[in-house]
Ligand binder design. Structure first.
Ligand code: ZN
Length: 484
């Protein structure tokens, strides 16, 4: 058996100030896609493990990914699609295993992922196509129909990326070994919740996944994936949806999708989120710190999460922390290549006037002008040891830590969400030894940081990924936004 493997991964925020030209994509073709994947707890690592067990020959196609940002342009998408298909045509294959995010948009194109699947279908005919998707996918009927089996993450923070790839590859093995005949069904709930309340360990999503697990225990059900959706996409299909995969029985898959969507509608109020504004959040943090907790209080700058299309350089919350000047405060990760350069030029131990952040979009607050001391410089190549990508290496680019009053500001020259405590350690800060931490991340930081903090406060500050959906000028969304 020869199996094609590939991935096209982009979570698109239609309101993001960060553009997504071809240069924003990291693209590897053919054998180059395997760099740093073997043995890692990633999608590719999970696929390779089962491929080896099954004795599959692999045809690597393309691995294209870009950090969450605005819709990519049609020419770039056309190039990516053509490259995938050209790679796929190099040799005949028995199946395709494809990793996608599920909430990708292209300028003028609502369902580029469906289009990719359609092109793959055209190339390999009715050979099996198995797809893995992020929990925040906005899916379509067409995307499901073009796939033989679909596997979304069951966790948020997404700590089961590797496990779902293993499950998907095992299902592909069952299809190829004629043990199952997989069929999919899709349904949309009609609601569009904010991402802040999509954590799977609590609230509405916990209930929906419990129901999905119950359906998965029914004979002939292969997988039931609940997708919270990604609300920063202005397309008719944005919002909470379900794809179920069953053995032969499409009616069974349809029943599971309909049931979970009905449950989601009935508990939609559980998705409502109200977050404290910056001023209130700082007061809350001070009150908690007055009780002298053994671990730091963490403030999450959720609206500027680069992992959701935020620029990662908004300044409102950071400015308030500098004004609060609490001893042992550390904030990460500010995207500001210019300030990193200034810090490198200034040199460790020296002080200078800095203009921090506020450069990507004038609407989210001006740069912070501060006299600060350079405390650390690093190359930004971070080997992850935490729960989200253990074994993988992130390259956040040259980075620096500067100290303004009592606040350590961690800066990177590439835009990355602060998901892992390793980012702080890379610049010489042990997060657990701080009193106040700020991270630019919406929820994924929790997997790494929850054990290191005494409390977490999610803050309503300006940014492209604000959880108050009424702030966004939606024109084409059909679902009901769950918002105050
Ligand atoms: Zn996600």
């Amino acid at each position: 058996m020869r199996i094609a493997y590939g991935g096209v991964v982009h979570e698109t925020n239609a309101f993001s100030p960060i553009k997504t030209p071809l240069g924003a994509w990291e693209i590897a073709l053919g054998d180059d896609i395997w760099t740093d994947t073997d043995g890692s707890k990633t999608n590719a690592g999970g696929f390779l493990e089962i491929a080896r067990r099954e004795g599959w020959e692999i045809l690597p196609t393309i691995m294209a990914s870009a950090g969450p940002s605005a819709p990519t342009d049609g020419e770039t998408f056309g190039w990516i699609k053509a490259s995938l298909i050209a790679q796929l045509k190099r040799q005949p294959v028995d199946a395709m295993f494809l990793s996608m995010h599920g909430a990708m948009l292209v300028e003028g194109l609502d369902d580029p992922e469906g289009e990719l699947l359609g092109a793959i279908r055209q190339t390999i005919g009715d050979k099996p196509v198995v797809v893995t998707l992020d929990l925040h996918a906005n899916n379509t009927e067409y995307k499901a129909a073009m796939s033989d089996a679909v596997f979304g993450y069951d966790t948020n923070p997404h700590v089961d990326i590797y496990e779902r790839a293993v499950e998907a590859a095992e299902c592909l093995a069952d299809i190829l070994n004629k043990k199952v005949d997989a069929v999919t069904a899709y349904a949309h709930s009609g609601i569009m919740p904010p991402t802040i309340t999509m954590l799977t360990g609590t609230g509405a999503m916990e209930k929906l996944f419990k129901r999905a697990k119950r359906w998965e225990s029914v004979p002939n059900m292969i997988n039931v994936s609940v997708f919270g959706g990604f609300p920063f996409c202005d397309v008719p299909h944005a919002g909470l949806n379900v794809i179920a995969t069953a053995n032969k029985d499409r009616g069974l898959a349809q029943a599971a999708c309909a049931d979970i969507c009905a449950l989601a509608r009935s508990i939609k109020e559980d998705f409502l989120a109200e977050l404290p504004d910056v001023e209130t959040a700082v007061v809350q943090a001070r009150t908690l710190l007055a009780q002298d907790p053994p671990l730091p209080v963490l403030l999450a700058d959720v609206a500027d999460n680069p992992g959701g299309g935020g620029s990662g350089d908004t300044t409102t919350l950071l400015r308030a922390l500098i004004e609060a000047n609490v001893p042992r405060t550390a904030a990460a990760l500010l995207w500001d290549a210019q300030t990193v350069e200034t810090a490198i030029r200034t040199g460790v131990g020296n002080s200078a006037d800095f203009s921090v952040g506020g450069k990507a979009h004038s609407g989210y607050g001006p740069p912070i002008r501060a006299h600060a001391t350079v405390k650390a410089i690093a190359d930004g190549k971070i080997r992850l040891t935490g729960p989200l990508g253990r074994g993988a290496t992130w390259d956040v680019g040259p980075c620096a830590r500067i100290e303004a009053g009592n606040v350590q500001i961690l800066l990177s020259s590439r835009r990355f969400p602060c998901l892992e405590a390793d980012i702080f350690r890379h610049l010489g800060i042990e997060p657990a030894q701080q009193r106040l931490i700020m991270v630019k991340s919406r929820g994924h930081f929790r997997a790494s940081f929850e054990p290191l903090c005494s409390a977490i406060i999610e803050v309503d500050a300006p940014g492209a990924a604000n959880q108050n959906l009424s702030l966004y000028p939606y024109k084409r969304v059909k679902a009901q936004p769950i918002s105050k």
